[in-house]
Design a protein around this ligand. Structure first.
Ligand SMILES: NC(=O)C[C@H](N)C(=O)O
Length: 327
């Protein structure tokens, strides 16, 4: 078994060492499994339970003060399952797996997805708030009210960019739209906080988690998130959308992270796997996909990839931590 996991692309993390230790633990949990789907689920469950990542416990809060989780998973025989907009569900990845294995559908959403989760034995009614989440939500001083009022609040607070509510211009963070760096260093690696252009975006909350695994025969990929901080209630990003947040085919698998609307617009995971299908190795495919993503959207993202020979990862934000394991 081989597995690669990521802990989100965004600003250089405040706590890189403990985060790396959790990513290593996740990779170790995944590589111990006997099939790729179980491997990515086990790895992601470790990350969903850690408050440092924006998935499960510690997930981002939407404009109505609710943490809603999303996840998607796919195997190389093109079976797929996803679940979105779930309140009180820590292990969204397990719901996604149950959608894949136990339904004729590819995506369940909202309260019925939570009911389905409970029915298939995934814990619900979990408190996903951490002390940090609560403090950040309280400081945001969001209004009660209609979606229109939430949109106005987002526009006021985030410099008019409701399409990118995590780009906190007032904190000196750049908008994701400012992050495009056509001259970015193609040799960027997989460590946290690599030195990049000062124009890099710092996108708090980009701590979506993902994993791709192979047993040498088949592949599976999975991604899980709390979404984007202070997004309009009900917003669903790239993560549970096939081909955007996750994808797998007989050539390999991919998991993405970053500006979800832009990732969805260019179906980043599918784009990267297409490069594998055309004969690129995993690292070349990752580099190409992120380069194209930057050119097409001017935005920030990261990706991990696995093919039958190796691992690949690339990002155009300040940092993305990954871990790999082989057994
Ligand atoms: N943290 C992230 O990577 C955000 C995720 N892609 C989303 O838009 O929901």
């Amino acid at each position: 078994m081989r597995i690669i996991v990521h802990g989100g692309a965004g600003g250089a993390p405040d706590e890189p060492e403990p985060r790396q230790a959790v990513l290593d633990e996740a990779a170790a949990a995944g590589v111990a499994e006997s099939d790729p789907l179980s491997a990515v689920e086990s790895a992601i469950r470790v990350l969903e339970s850690d408050r440092r990542f924006n998935a499960g416990v510690g997930g981002a809060v939407q404009s109505d003060g609710v943490v809603r989780t999303d996840a998607g998973t796919m195997t190389s025989d093109r079976r797929a399952g996803a679940a979105s907009g779930m309140e009180g569900v820590e292990h969204a990845v397990s719901v996604a797996r149950a959608v894949l294995e136990e339904t004729p559908h590819v995506l369940l959403a909202g309260d019925p997805a939570v009911e389905f989760a409970a029915d298939v034995g995934v814990e619900t009614d979990v408190d996903l708030f951490t002390d940090e989440t609560r403090a950040r939500w309280e400081a945001a001083d969001a209004p009660d009210g209609s979606p229109r009022e939430h949109l106005d609040w987002l526009a006021d607070r985030f410099g008019g960019s409701t399409s990118d509510p995590t780009a906190e211009a007032s904190d000196g963070h750049l908008s994701a739209k400012d992050a495009h760096r056509p001259d970015h260093d193609e040799s960027e690696g997989t460590s946290a906080g690599s030195a990049h252009s000062p124009r890099d975006a710092r996108l708090p909350g980009h701590d979506t988690v993902g994993a791709v695994a192979t047993d040498g025969d088949t592949f599976a990929s999975a991604t899980s998130t709390g979404g984007r901080w202070f997004a309009l209630a009900g917003r669903v990003g790239d993560v549970p959308q096939i081909g955007s947040g996750f994808y797998a085919s007989p050539a390999g698998g991919a998991s993405t992270t970053g500006a979800g609307e832009d990732i969805a617009r260019v179906t980043l995971a599918r784009r990267a796997v297409r490069h594998l299908e055309r004969g690129c190795d995993a690292q070349t495919a990752a580099d190409l996909a992120i380069e194209e993503f930057g050119e097409l959207t001017g935005s920030s993202a990261g990706i991990i990839l696995l093919d039958d020979e190796g691992f690949g990862s690339a990002f155009n934000s300040d940092g993305m931590q990954t871990s790999t394991a082989t057994r």
